[in-house]
Design a protein around this ligand. Sequence first.
Ligand code: DC
Length: 218
Amino acid sequence: MSGPVIAVDGPSAAGKGTLARALAAALGLPYLDTGLLYRAVARKLHAEGGDPGDADAAARAARRLQPADLAREDLRAATIDRAASQVAALGEVRAALLGFQRDFAARAGAVLDGRDIGTVIFPDATLKLFVTASPEERARRRWRERVARGEVVTLAAVAAELAERDARDAARAAAPLRPAEDALVIDTTQLDAEAVLAAAMAIAAARLNRSQPLTSPA
Ligand code: DC
């Protein structure tokens, strides 16, 4: 491993994407939102009329994934949310996406956010953060995002969808959502993005200074 790998795991709408992106920018590291991989597989299947429960078809779609598939604008559509969580429960799909994630960090290190980065993808990550918040606060954040995008949706509906996906992500046999034993937990319920970044940078400085420099020497 040539650069530091920072794993940022946690449930939906806990603020891990915002934190991971800010950490990557502050530390000069590449950033990968691994949820996009599962979303892109779900979209590919959907576009081909496939069933998100069909493990063979989903694994074939995962093996054909190209970097350009992650750059599409439509991956956060509500129709994709559910199908992404269904394909993410398939061990064959997770296995097919493992290499992509490891290769991403191979050259310069990276910040990756997801559900199993610290437990499965990079068990030896330099730093593991588990970002969480109360279910009510996460539902409120996701609801505000969707309303800001122009969707007509109630807070109760968003809370119910989030609870369903959380349950599936945590209960599945393949790489269930859980903090790695050596992860540091950040509860963002009462914190804004700036305070979360400050907390994570303090942890990162303490942890990374011991092993390697925070930023590349260049
Ligand atoms: O973070 P997100 O909502 O974009 O993720 C989409 C789905 O993929 C969600 O159900 C969780 C799942 N996922 C996963 O199982 N493992 C990851 N590393 C990232 C996301």
